[in-house]
Design a binder for this molecule. Sequence first.
Ligand code: SF4
Length: 329
Amino acid sequence: MPEAILKIKNLKQHFPIYGGIFMKKIGRVYALDGVTLEVKRGETVGLVGESGCGKTTLGRSTIRLYEPTDGNIIFEDQDITRISQKQLRPLRRQMQMIFQDPFESLNSRHTVGEILEESFIIHKDGTSSQRKDKVRASLERVGLSPDTIHRYPHEFSGGQRQRIGIARAISLNPRLVICDEPVSALDVSIQSQILNLLLSLQEELELTYVFISHDLAVVKHISDRIAVMYLGKIVEYADSNSIIEQPHHPYTQALISAIPVPDPEIKRTKVILSGDVPSPIHPPSGCCFHTRCPAARNICTKEVPLLKDYSPDQQHQVACHFAGEVNLV
Ligand code: SF4
């Protein structure tokens, strides 16, 4: 079994809130509240959940775009949680990110060649002509003509711009790529092309992905394992088939019930959750899902359910006091 490339242990990311005329600290946003997760080398772990559940924060904290409040991030057996930015710099080329909106993440005043060459310049990688060769190779690898290096981002379609974003992320041969909603801004017809590109690059370059999306149907297509997040916590984590076929957490069951079924003969109960996701400034007591859970009982308002192995092979973790008893779909 491949070893873990990334271990996240009890990670907390609390953002302070300042207010009043003296801009004093008046509260905090509990964006991540004790996340533990392992990602094995070469696999794709999908992070799924509604907007505001903490999945993007988890992706960004993992590569230290935020300074974590507590917990540990271990990458390639090295604890990187509190190392300095200087110590982090050589590791940055091994951990890259693909962003949701390629247009926003690409500098519109620079040509594609300049945008892609920048990573090599920052990491002092090669001479000018070697860098340009590498830029052309990166473009070809993502299915774009090397002749496009002189063009600007606005001259490309959304799908092509995302290919440029992917070329930038893979150009330095990273080990881990955080893909933050990489297809959400694209037409459905283009989404599958980008997903297939990510899959072929993964095989070719032996990449490990953390794939973030609010869309469980997309996550299921690309992920080996899926972590379902709710209000800064992981509530269920298992291999994709297990999660889709035997979801144990009521929230996962609700997400799955919303995936359209292509076969009209198959009937599935749609679980409608009442209310909105509570504010991460004032998360509910006990189980964070109890305010919307159709199966909630008294204990759920008082005791936090721990993420525990549920299956005999210890590969299916669920945080619910009644895992295995609840079936909403
Ligand atoms: Fe629902 Fe209770 Fe399980 Fe939370 S612990 S998901 S409230 S049944």
